[in-house]
Design a binder for this molecule. Structure first.
Ligand SMILES: NC(=O)C1=CN([C@@H]2O[C@H](COP(=O)(O)OP(=O)(O)OC[C@H]3O[C@@H](n4cnc5c(N)ncnc54)[C@H](OP(=O)(O)O)[C@@H]3O)[C@@H](O)[C@H]2O)C=CC1
Ligand SMILES: Nc1c(N[C@@H]2O[C@H](COP(=O)(O)O)[C@@H](O)[C@H]2O)[nH]c(=O)[nH]c1=O
Ligand SMILES: [Zn+2]
Length: 364
């Protein structure tokens, strides 16, 4: 296996790996629990084929890249670049490593070793045994960043957790009840552009989670109506089953899982499942383990304050995406308190957006 010099200026390998990462973005939100991989095939410094992972159950990136090559005779003189080690196991589709060997592709350049225990090195082994030259670790940092949900899931045995909320300039996520309508509906702090961005983000994650009070006070839909991507699975914390039928989250329009300490499933509700859980002081840890078993790769936590704080206090979160509006409430529900590393700060018209990473992650 070739080794990489990290101090080398942008190499040909990096140039094509960047393209892999670029196209891999197209699959985010539709491939879970599989990763969204990007692959390109290069002959004589020219891209002759490229592909990214199809929606879950469909062909992998390497298959799509190989299929896209018009003149298949060139494959035996080409290099395949791919963000993640080609798979070696029969899942919903046959192993990509075998397909690469069958097509006699002589060189494969890989960003990252697959942490999935069914692959983890076995894909590279198949390639090398067949005489293929394998280079590992090109733009590894960037590939880790792109595949962060998949890596967290397999390495930490829990979903990747993104917290998101909107707060006022004086740090409140909701005003006092007296200032709200009697009808259950959201009290908007952010502008329409920020709200559209939130719908894009919802489409990128496999599940979205909210607490009981948020449902009772906001009657949220938790869908992606302002974006074209698919809607996430709704996860609703409702310990004592306080949420009455008729609330949007129980409308059956999206798969919905109610997390409760009452273990009886209401079969009359469509698209609905129950996750029984003990509501003890380890509830977030227990829930993370349950969601791992359910093959949920990522969760977007949209509040309210108690729910967000529970994830922060358990140190089970990866990113926090916080909007700060211009207005003030003076009184109301305080935004969560936490610490992390600021990675992004920008304006969305009159809203501020901060993205913060958890630099002290809890491994379970
Ligand atoms: N600006 C924003 O971005 C957002 C604002 N909001 C606003 O926030 C308000 C709701 O926030 P908040 O009152 O903090 O409530 P939450 O929505 O966080 O719900 C809290 C309730 O959910 C259950 N729950 C959640 N987490 C746990 C846990 N770890 N253990 C046990 N039970 C849990 C409990 O219900 P029980 O008591 O039944 O056991 C708890 O009282 C609303 O007014 C809403 O408008 C909400 C979301 C986002
Ligand atoms: N108030 C507030 C937010 N509130 C969040 O959005 C939910 C409503 O979702 P939906 O019914 O699908 O539009 C609501 O319950 C809460 O979780 N979000 C924001 O980006 N900005 C805001 O100012
Ligand atoms: Zn594959």
């Amino acid at each position: 296996m070739d080794s990489i010099n990290p101090n080398h200026p942008m190499s040909v390998n990096e140039k094509y790996m960047r393209r892999c990462l670029e196209i891999a973005k197209n699959g985010i939100g539709s491939t879970a629990p599989n990763p969204s991989v990007g692959a390109v095939i290069v002959h004589s410094d020219r891209i002759i084929g490229e592909g990214y992972t199809s929606p879950f159950g469909g062909p992998h990136a390497e298959v799509n890249a190989i299929c896209s090559v018009k003149d298949k005779t060139l494959l035996s003189k080409s290099t395949l670049y791919v963000t993640l080690e080609p798979c070696s196991h029969y899942g919903k589709t046959p192993p990509c490593a075998n397909l690469i060997v069958e097509n006699k592709i002589p060189k494969v350049v890989i960003g990252l070793k697959d942490p999935h225990e069914k692959v983890a090195g076995k894909g590279m082994e198949i390639l090398e045994k067949a005489g293929c030259s394998v280079t590992l670790g090109v733009l590894e940092k960037e590939c880790r960043e792109h595949h962060r949900r998949f890596l967290t899931f397999h390495e930490q045995k829990r979903p990747y957790i993104i917290l998101k909320w909107a707060e006022t300039a004086d740090g409140f996520i909701a005003p006092i009840k007296e200032l709200r309508n009697s009808k259950a509906e959201p009290y908007w702090i952010t502008n329409t552009y920020s709200r559209q961005l939130v719908h894009k983000w919802r489409s990128e994650e496999q599940a979205i989670l909210v607490g009981t009070n948020t449902v009772l006070e906001d009657n949220p839909k938790l869908d992606t109506r302002l974006w074209k991507g698919s809607a996430p699975i709704r996860l609703i914390i409702d310990k004592n089953r306080k949420i009455p039928k008729g609330f949007h989250v129980l409308d059956g329009k999206q798969p919905t899982i109610v997390i409760s300490s009452i273990n009886n499933l209401d079969n009359k509700i469509q698209n609905y499942d129950l996750q029984f859980i003990e509501f003890n002081d380890k509830i977030i840890l227990g829930l993370s383990k349950n969601l791992f078993v359910r093959n949920i790769l990522s969760v977007f936590v949209e509040g309210g304050a108690k729910t967000l704080q529970a994830f922060i206090d358990a140190n089970l979160w990866d990113e926090a995406r916080i909007f700060i509006g211009k207005n003030t409430f003076e009184k109301g529900i305080k935004a969560p308190t936490f610490q992390g590393q600021l990675t992004t700060e920008r304006s969305i018209v009159n809203d501020q957006l901060k993205i913060i990473r958890n630099d002290k992650k809890h491994h379970i």
